[in-house]
Ligand binder design. Structure first.
Ligand code: FEO
Length: 172
């Protein structure tokens, strides 16, 4: 039986993962409409991944015989000034999710909930990887600069990084 504080916090996290999935889907659509196919593929995959993060929490709550609420969704931002800002928004989102996962781990420790601490360790590792991937993309964007072909090069780099992420997920 989960402590009510843990049950509430996991449901709140479930809603954050759903929102992250929706936000990434909107970013994918924006990139697709700009013909940034590599960036679009990155965000479509990322949106699917966030939905999987949500589903893992949902199944954990059900396994623990706890309340599991399917969250309503707010309309995500659909317009962006440029592709650089899309990736900045993605990093901010990941940093916020990392903070909430860390708070959840601390709550599970306070409640001596070893099962939830163990469950959350997967998310701790996942957040480290996701922040590192988006940071790498932003570093590449900075290196590429603002030249006339910059969008083409950014899209190619993101396509490559997305392929690396997919390959590492297949190996795992
Ligand atoms: Fe599941 Fe990247 O937050």
């Amino acid at each position: 039986m989960l402590h009510p504080k843990i049950e509430n916090a996991l449901n709140a996290q479930l809603a954050r993962e759903a929102a992250a999935s929706s936000n990434y889907l909107a970013m994918a659509v924006w990139c697709d409409q700009q013909s940034l196919d590599g960036c679009a593929r990155f965000f479509y995959r990322q949106s699917d991944e966030e939905r999987m993060h949500m589903m893992k929490i949902l199944h954990y709550l059900i396994e623990c015989n706890a309340a599991a609420e399917v969250p309503g969704l707010q309309k995500p931002a659909a317009a962006f000034p440029n592709v650089q800002q899309v990736f900045h928004a993605a990093l901010e989102q990941e940093q916020a999710v990392t903070r909430s996962i860390n708070e959840l781990v601390e709550l599970a420790q306070e409640c001596s909930d070893h099962s939830t601490q163990h469950f959350l360790q997967w998310y701790v590792g996942e957040q480290r990887e996701e922040e590192a991937t988006v940071t790498k993309i932003l570093d590449r964007i900075r290196l590429i600069g603002d030249g006339s072909m910059s969008l083409y090069y950014i899209d190619s780099e993101v396509e490559k990084i997305n392929a690396q992420v997919l390959a590492s997920e297949t190996e795992a």
